[in-house]
Design a protein around this ligand. Structure first.
Ligand code: DC
Length: 237
C-alpha cells in the first residue's frame, strides 16, 4: 500500500507521516531528506548549480541509500550516515535550489519508486501524489497558513535553543514555497485526487485521526488487517 503526503515546507508532513507509518507498521520515507543529501553534497563540493554538466557529473558520482534502523529512516550519503547536517538552514535553501534541476530529480525518482514498490509505505514530499506515485492508494495534501508554519518552525528552533527572527523564518518559507511551486519539473501541487487537509487549527492527533478515517472509508484498513473500531476504542496514537 502507498500513502502519499505532500505539502509545503513546515506543514508538519514528516511528523504526521512518521507517526502514521509507525502506527500502521509501514515504512516511512522522507523524500525531502534525499534532496537535502544532494544539497549537502553540492555544498561540500562548492558546486556551481548554474553549471549543469558539473551538476550531472557530481550527482553521477554520488551515492544515496536509505535504510531503516529501528523504524527510523537513516540516509547514507556516499556510504556515510548523515542526519543533523541535513537540517541546517543553508542546506534547506540549497535543497530547494537543487531540486529544480532535472539531473537531481531524475536521480531520485527511480530510488523513490523502487523503495515504494518493495513495501507498504507512507512517503512525504512535494510531488509524491502528483508524479512519483500517481497510483498511490491515498493522497493527502497537508498544508497550513504560512504564518502558522513560521510560528511552529520558530517554536521548534526555540526548543533546540536556537533563537531566530520570525520575519526571517517567514520570508525563508515563502521563498521556498514559491520556488517549489513554480519550478518547471514536478512542482509542488495538489494532485486532483488528493484530499486537502489544512492543519492550521488541527492538532497532530486530529490530522492522524482524519487520515485513518479516510483509509477506513476507502476500505484500505481491512486490507492490512487493521481493526479501526477496536483501535479507536483502545488506543490513542
Ligand atoms: O521536505 P523538506 O523541507 O525536507 O524538502 C527539502 C526540499 O526538497 C524542498 O524545498 C523541495 C525539495 N523536495 C522536492 O522537490 N520534492 C520532494 N518530493 C521533496 C522535497
Amino acid at each position: 500500500m502507498q500513502i502519499a503526503i505532500d505539502g509545503p515546507s513546515g506543514a508538519g508532513k514528516s511528523t504526521v507521516a512518521h507517526c502514521l507509518a509507525q502506527h500502521l507498521g509501514f515504512i516511512y520515507i522522507d523524500t525531502g531528506a534525499m534532496y537535502r543529501a544532494c544539497a549537502l553534497k553540492a555544498y561540500r563540493s562548492r558546486l556551481d548549480l548554474e553549471d549543469s554538466s558539473a551538476v550531472q557529473t557530481l550527482l553521477d558520482q554520488t551515492s544515496i541509500e536509505i535504510c531503516h534502523e529501528q523504524g527510523e529512516q537513516v540516509l547514507y550519503l556516499d556510504g556515510q550516515p548523515v542526519s543533523a547536517e541535513l537540517r541546517l538552514p543553508e542546506i534547506s535553501r540549497l535543497a530547494s535550489d537543487i531540486s529544480k534541476l532535472p539531473a537531481c530529480r531524475n536521480k531520485l525518482l527511480g530510488l523513490q519508486r523502487e523503495l515504494a514498490g518493495r513495501q507498504n509505505v507512507v512517503m512525504d514530499g512535494r510531488d509524491i501524489g502528483s508524479f512519483v506515485l500517481p497510483q498511490a492508494d491515498l493522497k493527502i495534501f497537508l498544508t497550513a497558513s504560512a504564518e502558522e508554519r513560521a510560528r511552529r518552525r520558530q517554536a521548534q528552533l526555540q526548543e533546540q535553543g536556537i533563537t531566530e527572527d520570525y520575519e526571517q523564518i517567514l520570508n525563508e518559507l515563502l521563498y521556498r514555497d514559491r520556488q517549489d511551486s513554480e519550478r518547471k519539473i514536478a512542482p509542488l501541487v495538489q494532485a486532483p485526487d488528493a484530499v486537502l487537509l489544512d492543519n492550521s487549527h488541527l492538532t497532530q492527533q486530529e490530522v492522524i485521526d482524519r487520515i485513518l478515517l479516510f483509509l477506513q472509508q476507502r476500505g484500505l484498513l481491512q486490507d492490512i488487517g487493521y481493526n479501526y473500531h477496536q483501535k479507536q476504542k483502545t488506543e490513542r496514537i
